[in-house]
Design a binder for this molecule. Structure first.
Ligand SMILES: [Fe+2]
Ligand SMILES: [Fe+2]
Length: 329
């Protein structure tokens, strides 16, 4: 085990203190000792210790009280209690108060060694575990926020219920073909679910118009990609979704909007979202037209190879078997 692990032994019994110190130093640990709870509490104030091994029964103060004080001074400190066999109820109280472990006197060195090693191992992995919990919560928060934003957007865009979800489902199929990482797939999926969030900022009369848009209405509608970026940008954990929101209407040949990007200048996530967005739009019913059949929609995608869409993505999309496309309902 690592020699840097710093242990403080608190025991007013000099023989126990010395024998335990000798054992732990023999295993390479850095050991300090305190002959009273008061001295231990004062040494703990410099927060230089990683493990406190304290007798429960001491003349000036109980090890249980020292445990509570130690936790106040340094919440990350682990505490192992030493107890006589007759003090079992105190040991149990100590565990309830947050002690890491306890062992009995007279010492069983095998058990002590095991308990101290375990304390060190847990301390070593604790930062990873804490980081994992924080990241997990961040992801949950991200999903919850995304869901409410998507609901807000879908509530306004009544002609397009389920559009974001379907675009995301097609995009995931394409991303798998491109061997996207799990992280990349999650990012793309979320971006596609929210790609039209900017429609929140488009007037109802245009958004839910039961007919094709006029040129001037279309100019207004086109603003949704920039509005989407504007909405999402202040949320730091959504920053990686910006390319999909802003550029999902760019075209491979540069004739798209809002920036007229072309070819590989359009981020891949946005190129995928754009193709899947188009495919879902033409296969969905509108008040002024019936949905295209799968075959018609696929031949339209093929016709736009190298014009509207990245040729490589078109080839991969056409490889997806019809039942897999039809399953996205
Ligand atoms: Fe859009
Ligand atoms: Fe869309």
């Amino acid at each position: 085990m690592g020699s840097a692990f710093r242990i403080l032994i608190a025991d007013d019994d000099v023989a126990s203190r010395k024998v335990l110190q000798g054992f732990l130093e023999g295993r390479g640990f850095q050991v300090r000792t305190a002959e009273s709870a008061t001295e231990a509490a004062s040494l703990l104030k410099d927060r230089g210790q990683e493990l406190l091994i304290s007798a429960i029964s001491m003349a000036d103060c109980s090890g249980l009280d020292l445990l509570v004080r130690a936790q106040e001074v340094d919440p990350s400190l682990d505490v192992i209690l030493m107890t006589g066999y007759l003090d079992m109820s105190f040991a149990i109280q100590g565990m309830r108060k947050g002690a890491f472990d306890f062992f009995h006197k007279p010492f069983n060195f095998e058990k002590i060694g095991f308990a101290v090693d375990r304390a060190q191992e847990q301390r070593d992995v604790r930062p990873d575990a804490q980081r994992y919990m924080v990241e997990k919560r961040e992801k949950e928060l991200q999903q919850e926020t995304a869901l409410s934003l998507a609901r807000a957007a879908e509530g306004r865009d009544r002609l397009n219920i389920g559009h974001g979800r379907r675009v995301a489902a097609y995009a995931v199929k394409l991303a798998r073909k491109l061997c996207y990482s799990q992280e990349g797939i999650a990012r793309l999926e979320l971006g596609c679910k929210l790609h039209d969030i900017g429609k929140i900022g488009i007037d109802d009369a245009i958004l839910n118009k039961a007919g094709p848009l006029t040129d001037s209405e279309f100019v207004i509608m086109k603003r949704h990609s920039e509005i989407g970026e504007y909405i999402i940008k202040p949320v730091s954990f959504f920053s990686e979704l910006v390319p999909v929101l802003r550029w999902h209407h760019e075209r491979w040949d540069g004739a798209g909007y809002p920036d007229g990007l072309s070819g590989e200048d359009i981020p891949l996530d946005a190129r995928i979202a754009g193709l899947c967005d188009f495919f879902d739009a033409v296969t969905s019913k509108r008040p002024y037209r019936n949905p295209m059949s799968l075959a018609e929609a696929l031949s339209m995608v093929e016709a736009e190879r190298g014009k509207y869409f990245d040729p490589m993505l078109v080839d991969l999309f056409l490889e997806i078997q019809a039942p897999h496309l039809e399953s996205v309902a």
